[in-house]
Design a protein around this ligand. Structure first.
Ligand code: NG6
Ligand code: CA
Length: 502
């Protein structure tokens, strides 16, 4: 009798546990901005530019002050986000050329693949920059695979690499959109291809002049990195890109509204070339960089409206973040420097995109899921590499032994229940310099890399000596206190060594 009672009692527990778990599978919308800095949003203290839609998401959700991309550039950050592994463990995961092969192995657990197993419909829309196709690069005029569909996405609509790299066409699932087979796309990152003008030879044809690099094939009046010929009917129009991508995200949400869905909206904004729609031109007073921030904010608003219209706003977890820190002049003369007007893209932090200083990787990070994520601000230490393990716990999935080994479950921090978060975070910069954030400390390992990247005017944070900063008293990393704290330095060296070997 007693046993039967116990059995019943346990069944009720198990049953109600499952019920809770089923309810807890929210839709997940991950809006991943490009090069958006810690100080670029008004909810993060910007006063010269206003981002009301993103601010609303933050006001209704949780805004993190100490969240990090894993790297100060795009490709490695995205690699880590999707695989739960630090990109620096694998060679060839630096900024990828536009004709790179798919960097993510197809036999490994990925964030979308894990969610697919949990019953999600998974989609990616926007910048990819993780390579496509087999070794040697993709067949642009045939089936472009392997790609997102082979690593766990049900749907993809991509800029193959970046807005400033050829080929300047959209790829939907396995095919270039709108390609005329009699005008095949050809791409080269070595020698010029075709007869089309380049920025270098014909600068008079440009709508926007380059400042460094970006002087190869001209597409839509903007010269790019790399050479391209053909595919005339398929070429994108930069000024329409934000609307095109947002439309695809909204369509994906609409199509999949009945099943749990995960959509990775990887915006082109606010990366170069900054060519916002005419609706935004001149509206920020800060030139195209500021106008692109307004455009990004608008896109977030449009996605939120779609969720609202479909009655999904409260059963959807919305995450907004960025792949790396900010850069002002990233290769085009777009007045970003001249019109900055007192705006501080990195907020109080030092460095920026490419840098080992904190602005390289400390980025905006906002989570909204009413009733489940606390509202307010959290100082918990968070890393994007943990999304895989954390969302696996949220959706009741197991990550196998030896898989996604750098990804830790920090779900409670994400939900606002744990104010501390991770014990430490590893950051990776352009020259492969690694740093650690732990407690109040920031340690940057010795590096022979350049101190400053002149073209972008970025302090890279490289120093042949070990650097240690106390971010509690010196958030701007101005005073290297490694000499005064040999014990702390030794601990950091040991920790970094163990993570590298792990
Ligand atoms: C750099 C490009 C820069 C940008 C970056 C990648 C030059 C001179 N600079 O090499 O413009 O494209 O790569 O940015 O070519 S990221 O956000 O995708 O990492
Ligand atoms: Ca980026």
């Amino acid at each position: 009798m007693k046993n039967r009672f116990l059995f019943l009692f346990c069944s009720v527990l198990v049953f109600s546990g499952l019920a809770v778990q089923a309810q807890q599978k929210p839709n997940i919308v991950l809006i991943y901005a490009d090069d958006l800095g810690y100080g670029d949003l008004s909810c993060y203290g910007a006063t010269k530019v206003k981002t009301p839609n993103i601010d609303r998401v933050a006001a209704e959700g949780l805004r993190f002050t100490n969240a990090h991309a894993t790297s100060a550039t795009c490709t490695p950050s995205r690699y880590s986000l999707l695989t739960g592994q630090y990109a620096w463990r694998k060679t060839g995961t630096g900024i990828a050329p536009g004709d790179a092969a798919l960097l993510i192995p197809t036999n490994r657990v990925t964030l979308p693949g894990m969610l697919q197993r949990a019953g999600y419909q998974t989609g990616v829309v926007g910048k990819w920059h993780l390579g496509l196709g087999p070794k040697g690069g993709p067949d642009w005029n045939g089936d472009i695979k392997p790609g997102p569909l082979e690593i766990g996405f049900n749907y993809s609509f991509l800029l193959p690499a970046t807005g400033d790299r050829v080929p300047c066409v959209y790829v939907e699932n396995h095919r270039i959109v709108g390609l005329n087979p009699s005008d095949p796309v050809q791409v080269s990152y070595k020698d010029p291809i075709g007869t089309e003008p380049t920025g270098k030879a014909n600068p008079e044809l440009l709508k926007m002049m380059f400042s460094h690099g970006h002087d190869q094939t001209i597409i839509n009046g903007v010269s790019r990195i790399g050479y391209m010929s053909g595919g005339k009917s398929a070429r994108w129009v930069d000024e329409e890109m934000a609307d095109v991508l947002t439309g695809k995200v909204n369509q994906f949400i609409e199509t999949n509204q009945k099943s749990p869905f995960f959509v990775y909206f990887s915006t082109h904004d606010i990366h170069v070339p900054r060519m916002p729609h005419s609706r935004f031109v001149g509206k920020s007073g800060m030139g195209p960089r500021g106008d692109a921030i307004l455009q990004l904010d608008y896109c977030v608003g449009e996605v939120m409206k779609t969720l609202e219209r479909l009655g999904l706003k409260d059963q959807t977890m919305v995450i907004i973040s960025s792949d790396n820190g900010p850069v002002v002049d990233d290769g085009y003369q777009d007045e970003a420097v001249a019109k900055l007007g007192g705006h501080t893209p990195a907020g109080p932090l030092r460095g920026g995109k490419y840098s080992a200083f904190d602005a390289g990787t400390r980025v905006p990070f906002i989570v909204r899921w009413p009733g489940n994520v606390k509202t307010g601000t959290s100082d918990a230490l968070l890393s994007q590499v943990d999304l895989l393990a954390s969302l696996a716990v949220l959706t009741g999935q197991k990550v196998g032994e030896g898989e996604a080994t750098d990804s830790f479950n920090t779900l409670n921090a994400l939900l606002g229940k744990d104010p501390k978060g991770r014990d430490y975070v590893i950051e990776h910069a352009l020259n492969n310099t690694l740093s650690i954030r732990k407690g109040n400390w920031k340690y940057i390992e010795p590096s022979q890399g350049p101190v400053v990247q002149k073209n972008t005017n970025t302090e890279l944070g490289n120093n042949p000596q070990p650097q240690l900063y106390n971010l509690k008293t010196d958030l701007g990393e101005t005073k290297n206190v490694a000499g005064q704290n040999p014990q702390v330095v030794a601990e950091m060296v040991a920790l970094l060594k163990s993570v590298k070997e792990g």
